[in-house]
Design a binder for this molecule. Structure first.
Ligand code: ATP
Ligand code: MG
Length: 395
């Protein structure tokens, strides 16, 4: 019996004339992600990608788990493929399904026939397959309303498929179909979640991290690289650019009013991010900011942050509560790393009473106290880049 993986795509179906471009990006990404698990043929038909192992050495379990992480698919399932005859479908159902049903007590069969030349109707196919399962596994019962297991039989273009239980895919849009974005990645809970959410919308993620040696430590930096590695499960590969803010922060402390430290720092961050985004082909800056979460994320503070740059700043968490962000962070597996207690440059020299209703004029008068452009150039010159990837297929 031949077992394959069926991956169904969602939103891409609505893409009209651009659909082939999205489909191409989706299958290219899937192929690269499957490469470590052996040789597979990948074919598209009827809004489904068919992943077929080319030889017995393929790791189908690994391929299946990975397919569930690829953005663009809404459902992923393992299926037995067989000839398009009723005998073959019944024989396959009897052999393939009972071992998959574990402790289930009830099931339902749904049949779908996209090949209308098949001699039986969908209800007839479902009834016959149901009967075959009952005779192969008499402990099971049919329950049409609340089945433990949903079995599907599909008569498609080239073959028939039998499977039990489709799992949710990662959803979203294929990697890169929304362009590239520069994620401001701190060691906190929010920014990795922001990166995940934008990657889900098809953005290829490039990261920028700011550090402030010796006020921030080697371990704080390693933590950020670990977060980037964890995000690679969804983003496949991330270049992490690192810039030192030490000189800027020391200068701010020396020359600016304390209540503006954080806002001025964020101004520098956005200016540096803008340069980095231009150099590395990123169309937007992505942050983990959420309205009202801290003093630098009030509406007025966000307005003066935005005024620093013409590059769009996308904030996918803007309307979310911390609890909701934490829930996603746990789901995507970055939470335990995020809560490791290392310092961030934003927590160095924090003002006791930060300004929450700043105006652009107040910020400009702070900017006038320092050599803003000189400090910017000096900081940008410290940029270096590390790369993290999901595996060597992403070299
Ligand atoms: P996070 O939990 O992601 O650290 P936060 O709630 O602590 O966010 P801030 O420290 O105000 O909030 O930072 C807001 C956003 O600014 C972060 O989500 C991140 O996008 C960016 N940011 C903060 N610190 C850094 C840093 N050291 N390097 C890069 N980006 C940063
Ligand atoms: Mg932070």
């Amino acid at each position: 019996m031949k077992e394959i993986i069926l991956c169904r795509y969602g939103e891409i179906i609505l893409k009209g004339a651009n659909r082939p471009e999205f489909e191409g990006a989706l299958t290219r990404e899937l192929k690269r992600r499957l490469a470590p698990y052996g040789r597979f043929s990948v074919r598209r038909a009827e809004s489904t990608v068919y992943v077929t192992p080319e030889d017995g050495s393929c790791d189908l379990d690994g391929a299946y788990e990975t397919a569930k992480l690829v953005f663009g698919f809404v459902g992923v399932t393992r299926a037995a493929e067989c000839e398009k005859t009723m005998e073959s479908v019944l024989e396959t159902a009897r052999a393939y399904l009972p071992p998959l049903m574990g402790s289930a007590r009830t099931f339902r069969v749904d049949a779908k026939r996209s090949d209308k030349h098949f001699p039986k109707t969908s209800p007839e196919i479902a009834a016959e397959v149901g009967g075959a399962i009952l005779s192969a596994a008499p402990r099971l019962r049919v329950d049409l309303h609340h089945p433990d297991v949903m079995i599907r039989v599909e008569i498609r273009d080239r073959a028939a498929y039998v499977h039990a239980g489709q799992e949710k895919g990662a959803g979203g849009l294929p990697r890169g179909t929304s362009g590239r974005g520069l994620l401001l990645l701190s060691g906190g809970i929010d920014s990795p979640v922001a990166g995940y959410m934008m990657a889900k919308r098809g953005v290829e993620i490039e990261a920028l991290h700011f550090e402030s040696f010796p006020y921030t430590s080697e371990r704080a930096r390693e933590k950020v690289f670990t977060l980037a590695e964890e995000l690679c499960r969804y983003c496949s590969r991330i270049h992490i650019h690192v810039i030192s803010l030490t000189r800027i922060q020391e200068e701010l402390r020396r020359s600016c009013d304390e209540e503006f430290f954080t806002l001025m720092l964020r101004r520098f961050m956005m200016k540096l991010a803008e340069r980095c985004a231009k150099e590395y082909g990123c169309r937007a800056i992505l942050t983990g900011e959420s309205l009202g979460q801290v003093a630098s994320q009030t509406m007025d503070a966000l307005a003066v942050t935005d005024a620093a740059t013409d590059t769009p700043i996308l904030r996918p968490l803007i309307g979310m509560d911390k609890e909701e962000i934490v829930e996603i962070s746990r789901k995507i597996g970055t939470f335990d790393t995020s809560i490791l207690p290392y310092e961030d440059c934003c927590t160095v020299f924090t003002p006791r009473h930060p300004k929450t209703k700043p105006t652009e004029n107040e910020i400009l008068s702070q900017v006038a106290k320092i050599d803003f452009d000189g400090l910017l150039d000096e900081a940008y010159a410290t940029l270096y880049t590390e790369t993290r990837r999901v595996d060597e297929s992403y070299l």
